[in-house]
Design a protein around this ligand. Structure first.
Ligand code: GLP
Length: 641
């Protein structure tokens, strides 16, 4: 931070923030610090006191610690741990309790004495909560205080469960969960209605008393809140921003989670930069938006007064810069996502030949496809391409019991009419399993299978509306999902093998995929990883030389306009088709299909808002005005042209 750039950076970033290309590298560094602490304390015959967090974020770090224990003999005998929080009303046996999470993810794999592991008691009576919270704080003091506190961050800016409104002096207490936090946890609990409304959490003040603090964040869904915490004024609206006052607090984030920091988003404001074509595009689009001027109306002063004088000097004039960026944006727009046959394709995102392409659409869960690229799928089908849609996971974990019950009642009624004893006993068995498991229980394999079939049916009727035949759909049911729970998925070679088989069978000219930049433990990110491993394994296949990969961002998200390499405009009618396609996913009406959308209605609104917003953005740059636009980014590591 002593360099001139460091000083400029310090003007924006109010705390020590480290950016990593990959969460693995960040976890290694944090694991080093923890190991060093444990060893130092062990040498002194003292305990190391760790403040632990739950959620997907620290899982990789815990894996690294377990590895060091198993392979390198790192002992946790002298470790005392305090967890940040616990859902109120859940016992330690509940699979979604934080106690259970910690047992699964760390404690049972290392030699930490169980009596040294503290997690707030979620089952304490209401009138005993206060005393229990005080005792928790006292236990921390008695242990000598927390040496290293690990933190994740919620999209509301919460740390632990200190939701917006929590002050810097707050202590361990019972809190009410924010609706966004509950909707983020909906999938873990198989429906938002099952998510507890309250939790016990250490306070912000309790956290700030730790000697060192390390906050971790991965994936672009955290980008906005990381920027607000690091660059904004400390405020109760973003409790993590209070960490700015701690002398020894660092944020370790991957590039996706750090993508809204000024140094990444507007690097030309922070210091001298290399004006690569990508940065120039981003900067000019930003300037046009900032000043509310179409690209072709920007003048020299606009550039020089907004930190882009060097770009102006390099390129000669605003006029040249404007034209260049206008053309780049213009050339992203195409109504022919599979390429326009017999047309000059030198300025089109897709090539004209072959005129009929094998297009493979990969949808991590049913519905990701139609929400994100329903209009494009419709066009591809209409324009005669050989389209295959592959649903990578069954999505059965997101089906509420009410839908499974309705389906099984239907099966039962039919079976009775047909006097089919086998079917009747199957339906009775599943009904009984549904009764016995209750809202929080794990689904049996029969229930999961039935729920998967419900989603297949919805995917089929959605695709049919987009003019795709059921024979064009493939259901991979990747094993990592069938065996797992949200936040605890782990892919294996069997998943890659199925992907390799799909690719070899379809030999696509174009692949539409999502998951880059998502939280690494999320279903889309795991699917993307599987795809990328499979593509690497197949890199020498001849069809790969003629294959393009187009990334869509996913439901409830869209690329920034400067990132879009192919923009597919939708007419009002096509847009209507897409919305009707989304509505076929009936079982998802009360699920959280995308960040911020709490029900089907919101999801509908969100999709329409995003696609319309992209169209409005293009319009504001001075390009044609469309009803809606779906955006794609080209991804081509090691692939052909
Ligand atoms: C929960 C936990 C937080 C955690 C947050 C983010 O709300 N109480 O401690 O930081 O989730 O979870 P994830 O890491 O899964 O994004």
């Amino acid at each position: 931070m002593k360099t001139p750039e460091g000083q400029i950076l310090r003007r924006y970033e109010r705390m020590d923030t480290r950016l990593f290309d990959d969460p693995g590298a960040a976890c290694k560094e944090v694991a080093d610090a923890i190991e060093q602490l444990i060893l130092e304390r062990a040498a002194e015959g003292r305990s190391a006191v760790l403040g632990l967090a739950t959620g997907s974020t620290p899982v990789r770090l815990y894996k690294e610690l377990i590895r060091r224990h198993k392979e390198e003999g790192l002992s946790f005998q002298n470790v005392v741990s305090f967890n940040l929080d616990e859902y109120y009303g859940l016992s330690g046996e509940h699979p979604e309790s934080y106690r259970c999470f910690m047992e699964d993810q760390l404690f049972t794999h290392v030699d930490i004495p169980r009596e040294n592991t503290y997690v707030p008691d979620g089952m304490v009576d209401r009138d005993a909560v206060l005393a229990s919270c005080k005792a928790y704080e006292q236990a921390i003091v008695d242990a000598g205080g927390i040496d290293i506190q690990l933190l994740g961050i919620g999209r509301t800016g919460h740390i632990g469960f200190n939701e917006p409104g929590s002050g810097p002096g707050s202590r361990t207490r019972l809190v009410t969960l924010d609706s966004l936090t509950r909707s983020d946890a909906a999938r873990d609990f198989l429906g938002e209605e099952n998510v507890p409304r309250h939790a016990i959490t250490m306070g912000v003040g309790t956290i700030l008393e730790a000697k060192k603090i390390c906050l971790l964040a991965w994936g672009d869904s955290k980008a906005a809140v990381i920027a607000a915490s690091v660059e904004g004024e400390p405020t109760e609206a973003v409790p993590a921003s209070f960490l700015q006052s701690h002398e020894e607090c660092i944020f370790c984030v991957d590039t996706a989670a750090g993508s809204h920091l000024t140094r990444q988003r507007y690097p030309w404001l922070v210091g001298p930069i290399e004006w690569t074509p990508e940065v120039a595009r981003k900067a000019v689009v930003w300037l046009s938006q900032k000043l509310g001027k179409p690209l072709l109306k920007l003048v020299d002063e606009d550039y020089s007064e907004n930190g882009m004088a060097d770009l102006l000097t390099e390129k000669g004039s605003a006029y040249k810069l404007n034209i260049k960026q206008f053309n780049i944006a213009q050339h992203t727009i195409t109504g022919w996502p599979g390429g326009k046959p017999e047309a000059d394709d030198s300025n089109r995102p897709e090539r004209a030949i072959p005129s009929v392409k094998r297009s493979l659409i990969l949808s991590p869960e049913p519905k990701d496809d139609v929400c994100s690229l329903g209009g494009t799928m419709h066009r591809l089908a209409n324009q005669g391409h050989d389209v295959t849609v592959a649903y990578l996971t069954s999505g059965n974990l997101a089906v509420p019991d009410t839908d499974a019950r309705r389906a099984i009642e239907l099966i039962m009624e039919l079976a009775r009419e047909r006097e089919d004893a086998g079917e009747i006993s199957f339906a009775q068995k599943v009904e009984q399993q549904l009764d016995e498991k209750g809202a929080f229980g794990e689904d049996s394999s029969e229930i999961r299978h039935l729920k998967g079939l419900i989603r297949r049916g919805e995917a089929r009727s959605s695709a049919r509306l987009l003019e795709l035949e059921p024979s064009q759909l493939r259901f991979l049911d990747l094993p990592f999902y069938e065996k797992g729970r949200y936040r605890r998925f782990q892919s294996a070679q069997a998943d890659v093998d199925l992907m390799v088989q799909l690719l070899e069978e379809t030999q696509p000219h174009q692949i539409f995929a999502m998951g880059l930049g998502h939280d690494p433990l999320s279903v889309p990110a795991i699917c993307f990883q599987i795809l990328s491993t499979a593509l690497t394994a197949l890199k020498d296949d001849s069809w790969m030389k003629d294959c393009r990969v187009w990334l869509y961002r996913g439901p409830g998200r869209e690329w920034d306009v400067h990132e879009i390499d192919m923009a597919v405009p939708l007419s009002p009618d096509e847009f209507e088709f897409k919305i009707r396609g989304i509505y076929q996913h009936q079982s998802q009406r009360s699920q959280t299909p995308s960040p911020g959308a709490k029900n089907m209605r919101n999801s509908w609104t969100e999709v329409s808002e995003l696609n319309r917003a992209t169209a409005a953005f293009y319009d504001s740059l001075g390009l044609a005005e469309y009803e809606a636009i779906e955006g794609f980014k080209r991804w081509s590591p090691g692939l052909g042209s």
